[in-house]
Design a protein around this ligand. Sequence first.
Ligand SMILES: [Zn+2]
Length: 1193
Amino acid sequence: MSSKAPVAATSPPAPVVDAVPQELLSRFRVVKREFLKEHAAWAVLLEHAATGAQLVSIEAPSAGGGDEKVFGIAFPTEPSDSTGVAHILEHSVLCGSERYPCKEPFAELLRSSQQTFLNAMTYPDRTVYPVASLNEQDFRNLVGVYLDAVFRPRLSPWTLMQEGWRLEPSEEDKSRFKLSGVVYSEMKGVYSSADSLHAMACGQALFPGQSYGVSSGGDPAAIPSLSYADFVGFHRRNYQPSKARLFFWGDDDVAERLRVVDEYLTLGNIHDEEAHANGAGDPLPSGWKDPQSLTSWWPPGGARTGEATAYSPASPSDVVDEASAAAAAAAAPWTEPRTIRVEYPAAVSAEDDAGADAAADVASAAAEAAGEDSSGHFVTVCWALPDGGVGPGDADYVSDADRLGLQLVSALLLGTRTAPLHKALVDSAMGTAVTGGGLATHLRQGVFEAGLKGVWPAAVGAGPEDDQDAAVQAAVQSLVMDTLAATAAAGFDADHVEAELNTLEFAVREFGAGGTPKGLSLFLGAAGSWIYGRDPIDEMKFEDALAELRGRVEADAKGYLSGLMQRFLLDNKHRVTVHSAPSRTLSARLNSAEEAGVASVVSGMTPEDQAVAAEAAAALSRRQATPDTEQALASVPVLTRDALRRDAVIVPREERLLSLGDAGRCQLLAHALPGTNGIAHVAVSLDLGARLPAHLVQWLPLFAQLLTTTGSATRDDVQMSHRIGAATGGVSASAHASPVPGRRDVARLSLTVGGKALNHRVGDLAAIMQELLLTAPLAARQDLLRSQVRESVAATESALLSAGHRHAMSVLGATLSFPGELAHVMGGLPQLRFLRQLRARLESKDAAVAAAAAAEAQEVMEAIRGMALAAAASDAAAPGGADSGALATVVAGEDAAAAAGDAVCAVLRALAEQAPAAGLPGSGAASPSGVVGVGHSVSASLSPMAAMGLAGGFAEAEAAAAAGEGPRRVAVLVPTSVSYVCEAGIGFASPGEGVLTEGPEAGGAPLAAPAESHVASSLLSLGHLWDSVRVQGNAYGAGAAVDAVGGSVSFWSYRDPRIGGTLRDYATSSTWLRAGTGGSDPDAVDRATISAVGGMDKPASPSDKGSQSTSRWLLGITDEQVQARRDAVLGASPQSAADLADAIDQARSGTDGSGHVCVVTGKDIARAEGIIGADGKAAPGWQVVDAFKGERA
Ligand SMILES: [Zn+2]
């Protein structure tokens, strides 16, 4: 088989698959083999002869060892109802299989493998299981465990009860039952987010009555309809070897790929279902029945019966929210467009939640006028695009070039703030932010969506006596349709088309250099089309389609692009306008419907059945609390420490101190790295800390946004956007507060402006950065200022609802360190409050108020610009300390790094030369008064939170602790039915002392926490916290983290049904770390070490490597110290667990025996947990903040 003929120098060598022994290869049919020039790799498509399963084997070129190997397997899993069966199965197959009979092989792999990616995802039409590792043996272990899991899982009723749903006695009142389960909790969180609900409604509305018309993630109201028989049956039908689509990428042994795939496909989807149904070794309580027989009375559609129901798949982590969908069998095209109205649960504010009546269902005009309550209407226009067929013979075939052309049209319409449809939507001022995002192509049929959120009837001109629903719907729909028609008639600007074509080309060429492992991106990108019969290898190519697209655009841009818009959007009647209206009573109605549903189920059960259900829940809890046997655990293969690489990855870095002439000096960090794909990244970082008054910190994020979006002195925002698109891969600006080793009371506060470009365009990139920094009009463009503030408010609110744990950690971070306080002011609740107030003033009906706000914004923006220029003119930044100054960074290939360095230093020189002439505040020496941060100790009067009139800053917390007051306990109320529970304190240094426990003299890095604490926190997160908070407590996620620089220890949970119980689990962490089941078990520490090293070795893109190197440099960490920290991790012993236990005790040594606590939760839960008392007031010791009012209760 092996082709031994010599190959010409220009041809690639023959694929390795040719050399696989005939006996093994003959078990497959080679369907196709092709050298992919896009990825410099052979791709071979094989079909397993005995089963018909398909395998794509990609022989990626080796870059000299340690390359990432990727495996994935996909099954088509189209649900027929909203019970979430596909999603629950995705969780469940990873809970033990024939060959790996422990409780959670998935968790064991997280605990003990070197995986660089390990996950599973449920899409509306498929389930995918990808893994990746750098270590070949580890990779084979992962592949074996995953193949056994998907084909031969132990799907017992215990699995469904744990991962799906169960009835269990309530903790507070044992005579009452409640619903619980991991996916049940996860989806309650998803169904709490207005953005997710609206996206799901859009996905479902296009495909009623089809598999994309139901919730693949699971509607919490329908999940309890899932029976054990349906659960197992779904697996038996869909996880057949014949339906499997398998994928390999990397430089691993190709023959071994075929061998292991053949082995598992031949074993097939065969297992002892009867034994599983009886509990898989853990017998069920006698009298146990399939829940179906207990809940067949469950209302069809669940507790949401009677509500508008157009909800569908879910958003976060493992449930892939396409905000869109397409039918499994292509949907029959519509002859008329449709509209649909649904409701979502809006925030309930303090004054109207007592006795909300029908009138309160629509948010009050008073709240609207105050601009305080941001829940408005969502209206999105959605199209289903043709199926596209599998080949040119199909009637609705869409060519590869046209598919790319649709991406181009989508980017032209919506891709930038100046794109015509995006701009029309924002400029209309009818809503707060654009929804939809244009084209999505992840499912069988493409979908196009665009609309607005935060729409108020008054903003579309509807009065109280008008039909407000009809008015908001019609206003947004007309705006979208009219803009499309006008744009198609006029065509796009030539320079706009060139800019977006360049951006598209940049994106496809950067593919794989941008962060996500390339093999993983290829697998996830191809899997969707593959299950519908498209050629998976064709899906990985782009060069020919790109060339064809460019040719068509060059021949007749208007004819071609307007033609696509006409065919796929304007003439396409498969269109629905989805309207999600806020309801202030829906949340309460859903909760009481669920309670009533459970009560009616339970009252319909015989006392015997109730007792059996209670006993099953108790037995599950005992089973979860019982560790696996040694034998079961030993089935999961584990590497030894010897297999771990000793050498730390050191990113090569050249440091140069360059003179800027009279204007001081500039520090340049240049990283010449392989794998940049001809792309250079450059940035300038300007230290503002020594100049910026405390009360201006809150303005920095807005400054960064306006800097890149308002144009320049010679180009308006539209022209500048086109110039950026045509010449670069993007320009961005951001503000950061970073820590200074050994000092929790100072911070480095910097503004970073940077971008990426092809090597030969880096001069253009630098010129753009300079033009923006020196001449961007910023707040002088008042129209852009107002729309930016509106969008920022909406984005910050969405983040608060979808990532509550991050906001809770932000609240705690502000208490624990000064950098944390700055970060909180720039990204947490204080930022939201600031933006809302600014928006209210800018949009005030009182013209004088609006004018004053605009004038203030302009003055502040120019002052910040002056400080940035002054930073460029001051001395160069220095490592490890807190000196103010300028820093330039470069990441590029070896041939391009020097030129990129020259270009970026020229930017700093130009800035520095302008600084003295500018005559702006801060252009002279750093002013000692009103100064924050760097190099200065901070007092409460200089706290940016104090300057905003807010309590809870670092200095205040330190003073409170010194006065013997208890730790802070804060509850942030948002409209949600799950909680995010965080606790934190300083564990590795005494407050205020800034102790270096591990100084450079000791051979370690100048950080507060020892490197081994990383192993111990991983052990705790994947051990005790996984078992107690996730498995038993049903939170979707939980963990512990150590901040190496600041020395804090923190706990977090995500989408958690509990608060008090979770805090109790945190409290037992140090005991667990010292006990036999935890850190004192040397084997457990060994496994945690392997997992921690896997985490440290995750492959990074060149630009990520450059960022990591830069932050190490800023922290003053030398290469020797990086190696010393790796050595310490590799040598971690049970002592490191004991040390973390001590640190946790220190962190939790507040006067009430806890750390600082912050929970983000819903009002009803806060009441049930006793955080809000019966009198409606905060319980003693708690502060309650209503995030949607911004006021303290
Ligand atoms: Zn999930």
